[in-house]
Write a protein that binds this ligand. Structure first.
Ligand SMILES: *Cc1c(COP(=O)(O)O)cnc(C)c1O
Length: 427
């Protein structure tokens, strides 16, 4: 095979496109496994138990959860659907954390009866619902209280989660409310308060953001302990950055883990707190760079000032450019060494002018039928995919050491029809 061919984990991209069709999201399984291992091996402390919890909303399917389980990581879910996948895939439910700012009564019942280990409690009303249902069916679970620490990481406003008016968690300034929640939990026979959770955003590049978050949370823990409440566990969330383009310089995983562990040790000494367990919840940084989307180039078009390359997918399989202005790199999979003499805009096939995947990127001259590979599409691509324009969601392939397996098949026209019915509603 020549160097001008894109190879993903030992498999030629063109061969995958030829046998599975396009668009297809191809993951390097070795890369996912490497990231999981980097986190579990670097996130260790002589003074604390540590746990890496994968945020499944970044990308999930049975095959992915298998890798997470094999790495010994926990799983973070935010809906009944994500939890159902965990249960169905045989993921240890004890290691599942149930997040979300508006868990429905049904989801709470499911979580408790399916044995989800830990709730991350968003607010007081939810807290009462959980306590009451756990008591009804006499099942035990643990609870972390989600705190908004008001630390802002410099990121897009849609993915900032800790500003003053964020919808997530309880403000760290509402100390009476936090104490009242811990008090209610201490009166519950079934729901055990274990600690606090915070998550300050996504695609975070600054180490200081985590150090600041930990210092702030440690002050809250010291306050809780002064009020007679032992805080066993601190979960500082996810948000570790991935490399999309040369504008990004993510902190290497071992380094970010060391920073967090060191900051935690420092805070424990500074505020005299006893803590038993420290948790992190990476999502994006585990899967983003492992994923590459392959599209087939259709037509090309020149407009007043642009040269468009059209592909057979778009915002339906990757909404991030339209939603956040996210940037990507791409190549022509069979013209890797060709000179990039064109500057093109890669546009999808959806009926929205905003359906542009990449603006003004250098590329060799593209022809209909070429395979265009967009890199770093492994996180929040498939999981945010839609059927806009009744386009079926793409297939997903895991490649490893020269072999490939399809782990999610392409959605068909029949799949798109499957939900239609004509059923009278009885009142
Ligand atoms: C989204 C989210 C994560 C994962 O964020 P990444 O940026 O993908 O690492 C972790 N924890 C919580 C609570 C989240 O909402």
């Amino acid at each position: 095979m020549s160097d001008s061919t894109l190879i993903i984990d030992g498999v030629r991209a063109k061969d995958i496109a030829a046998s599975v069709g396009t668009p297809v999201i191809v993951y390097s399984q070795s890369e996912i496994e490497k990231r999981l291992m980097e986190f579990t091996e670097s996130f260790k402390s002589p003074r604390l138990n540590t746990k890496v919890v994968y945020a499944s909303k970044a990308f999930s399917c049975g095959a992915m959860l298998e890798l997470v389980k094999n790495a010994g990581c926990g799983l973070d879910v935010v809906s009944g659907g994500e939890m159902y996948l965990a249960k169905k895939s045989g993921f240890p439910m004890e290691d599942v954390l149930f997040h979300g700012n508006n868990k429905t009564p049904r989801e709470i019942e499911e979580a408790i009866s399916w044995g989800a280990g830990t709730f991350v409690i968003d607010n007081r009303l939810e807290l009462r619902r959980i306590i009451s249902y756990a008591k009804d069916i006499k099942r035990k679970c643990r609870a972390l209280i989600r705190i908004n620490p008001h630390i802002s990481a410099h990121t897009h406003s849609y993915i900032m989660t800790a500003d003053l008016d964020s919808k997530f968690g309880i403000s760290i300034d509402s100390r009476d409310e936090i104490l009242a929640m811990m008090d209610e939990l201490s009166g519950s026979e079934y729901v055990e308060f274990t600690g606090f959770h915070a998550h300050i955003g996504s695609q975070i590049f600054e180490k200081d953001a985590y150090a600041g978050e930990i210092d702030t949370m440690a002050q809250l823990i010291a306050f809780a302990e002064k009020n007679g409440c032992f805080v066993k566990c601190l979960d500082i969330g996810g948000g570790f950055a991935a490399y999309y383009t040369s504008e990004d310089s993510p902190i290497p995983v071992p380094e970010v883990c060391r920073t967090i562990i060191d900051a935690c040790h420092t805070a424990m000494d500074k505020y005299g707190i006893r803590l038993e367990t420290l948790m992190i919840e990476p999502g994006r940084s585990i899967v983003a760079e492992a994923g590459t989307t392959l599209y087939t180039v259709g037509d090309t078009k020149r407009t007043y000032s642009k040269k468009y390359v059209f592909v057979d997918g778009g915002m339906c399989d990757n909404i991030r450019p339209a939603l956040y202005g996210a940037k990507y790199r791409c190549d022509l999979a069979e013209k890797m060494d060709a000179e990039k003499t064109d500057t093109v805009t890669v546009a999808g096939k959806c009926c929205e002018s905003g359906d542009i995947l990449i603006h003004d990127i250098p590329l060799p001259p593209a022809e209909p039928g070429d395979i265009l590979a967009v890199y770093t599409t492994g996180a929040y691509g498939y999981s945010m995919a839609s059927n806009y324009n009744r386009i079926g969601r793409p297939a997903v392939v895991f490649a490893k050491n020269g072999k490939a397996r399809c782990v999610i098949r392409r959605e068909t026209y029949e799949d798109l029809d499957a939900l239609e019915c004509s059923r009278d509603i009885e009142f």
